[in-house]
Design a protein around this ligand. Structure first.
Ligand SMILES: Cc1cc2nc3c(=O)[nH]c(=O)nc-3n(C[C@H](O)[C@H](O)[C@H](O)COP(=O)(O)O)c2cc1C
Length: 338
C-alpha cells in the first residue's frame, strides 16, 4: 500500500476510534425560538431543493471523506448506493492522490457507478495539478469541485505541507475549471477574512466546516510521534464560522459537528443552503451497513420535516427568519469576532 493510501486507512480507523456522537458543540449553544402555536402541518415534500441546478430530495448531503485506498473503495461504493437511493448529494474524499496514483481511480469511480445521475462532488487540495483535476472531473462526470484548506491538519502531520501560499493556485483552478467551486475547511472553520479574500477572487461557494465534530488535530496527533494535542483547540466553532459566511453574503454550506436533524435545522436557520454530514454518516455505515445508513437518512428527513413544522415554517427559504439566541460563552465569541 502506498503512503497516501495507508494514511487514508489510518484516518478511517482513528475517525472511528475518536467518534463521539454526543460530543457537546456550538450547536448546543445556539437556540431557536419556537412558537407554541405554529399553525403548520408536517410536510416532507418541502425538503426538496436544487443543488447546482439538479433536484435533490433534502437540504443535507454526505460530505467529503473517502477514496484512494481499498477500504475507501468499499465505503464509496456504499455511499454512492445510499446517495442514489435517497437522492442526496455526495462529496467524495480528496482525489489529489490520483495525480500520482492513477490506479486508485476505481476507488472513486465506484461511487459514480452506483449513482450515475446524482449530484457528485469531487474534492482536491489547492496544489493539485490542473490537468489532474480536469481528468478527475471528466472521469467522474462531477457536478462541482471542493477545494479543501487544512493548515492545522498539515502542520499536525510530520509529512504535511509547510507552504500555505494557496491563493494563486485556487485562482488558476477557478479560471481553468468550468464547474461550481466550493472552498471548504476540514473541521477548523473558515474565518471571515479568508472568505472575503476568496470571494473577491471569484469564489462563489463556501463550506464552513467548523469545529465541534471530527477533529483532525486529534487524529493526526495519534499518528505523530511528538505531542501536538495543543492544536486540537484551534478551530472556529461551526456556528461562528457560519455567521461569518452570512456576514460576507456568500452562498455557503454549514458543516462540522452535525449530529442530528436539529443541528441541520440550525445550520439552515443560520443561512446555510445545505448542511454537510461526514463522520456521523460514516460511523452509521460502519456499524449498520448501507441499509442502516439508508434508514437513518430516511428518519432524518422525516424528523427534519417535523421540526420545520414545529418551528412554524412552511418552506426551506424562510428558515433564516427563525429567531436565534445564544448561550453566553458563544455570544461572547460572536461579539468579539463579528
Ligand atoms: C475519515 C474522514 C476522512 C476525511 N477526508 C477528507 C478529505 O479527503 N477531504 C476533505 O476536504 N475533508 C475530509 N474530511 C473532513 C470532512 O469533510 C469534514 O469537514 C469534517 O469531518 C467535519 O465534519 P464532521 O464533524 O461531520 O465529521 C474527512 C473526514 C473524515 C471523518
Amino acid at each position: 500500500m502506498s503512503i497516501r493510501s495507508e494514511r487514508k486507512e489510518e484516518h478511517l480507523k482513528l475517525a472511528q476510534m475518536f467518534f463521539n456522537k454526543e460530543k457537546y458543540n456550538s450547536f448546543d449553544q445556539l437556540h431557536l425560538l419556537r412558537p407554541a402555536l405554529p399553525e403548520t402541518k408536517v410536510d416532507p415534500t418541502i425538503l426538496g431543493s436544487k443543488m447546482f441546478g439538479q433536484n435533490v430530495s433534502a437540504p443535507f448531503f454526505i460530505n467529503a471523506m473517502t477514496g484512494g485506498s481499498a477500504a475507501s473503495k468499499q465505503i464509496n461504493q456504499a455511499l454512492g448506493q445510499v446517495a442514489q437511493q435517497q437522492n442526496i448529494a455526495l462529496a467524495l474524499g480528496s482525489a489529489s492522490i490520483l495525480a500520482k496514483e492513477t490506479d486508485q481511480l476505481d476507488s472513486f469511480m465506484v461511487a459514480r457507478a452506483e449513482d450515475p445521475d446524482g449530484v457528485l462532488i469531487v474534492n482536491v487540495n489547492p496544489e493539485t495539478p490542473i490537468s489532474a483535476i480536469k481528468q478527475i472531473i471528466q472521469e467522474l462526470n462531477a457536478d462541482a469541485l471542493q477545494i479543501h484548506l487544512n493548515t492545522i491538519q498539515e502542520i499536525a502531520m510530520p509529512e504535511g505541507d509547510r507552504d500555505f501560499r494557496w491563493l494563486d493556485s485556487i485562482k488558476a483552478i477557478r479560471t481553468a475549471i468550468d464547474l461550481p467551486i466550493i472552498i471548504k475547511e476540514v473541521g477548523f472553520g473558515l474565518d471571515q477574512t479568508s472568505i472575503h479574500l476568496l470571494k473577491v477572487n471569484g469564489i462563489e461557494y463556501f463550506d464552513v466546516a467548523g469545529s465541534g465534530g471530527t477533529n483532525f488535530a486529534q487524529i493526526e496527533n495519534a499518528r505523530n510521534a511528538s505531542d501536538v494535542s495543543y492544536l486540537e483547540d484551534l478551530g472556529l466553532p461551526t456556528v461562528v464560522t457560519a455567521l461569518m459566511a452570512w456576514q460576507e453574503q456568500v452562498k455557503f454550506f454549514v458543516s462540522g459537528g452535525v449530529r442530528n436533524p436539529l443541528d441541520i435545522l440550525k445550520g439552515l436557520a443560520l443561512g446555510g443552503k445545505f448542511v454537510g454530514i461526514s463522520n456521523v454518516f460514516l460511523q452509521e455505515y460502519i456499524q449498520n451497513g448501507s441499509t442502516g445508513l439508508d434508514q437513518l437518512i430516511t428518519n432524518w428527513k422525516n424528523e427534519l420535516a417535523a421540526l420545520i413544522a414545529v418551528y412554524g415554517k412552511k418552506d426551506l427559504a424562510s428558515l433564516v427568519q427563525i429567531k436565534k439566541y445564544y448561550d453566553l460563552p458563544l455570544k461572547a465569541q460572536i461579539d468579539q469576532l463579528l
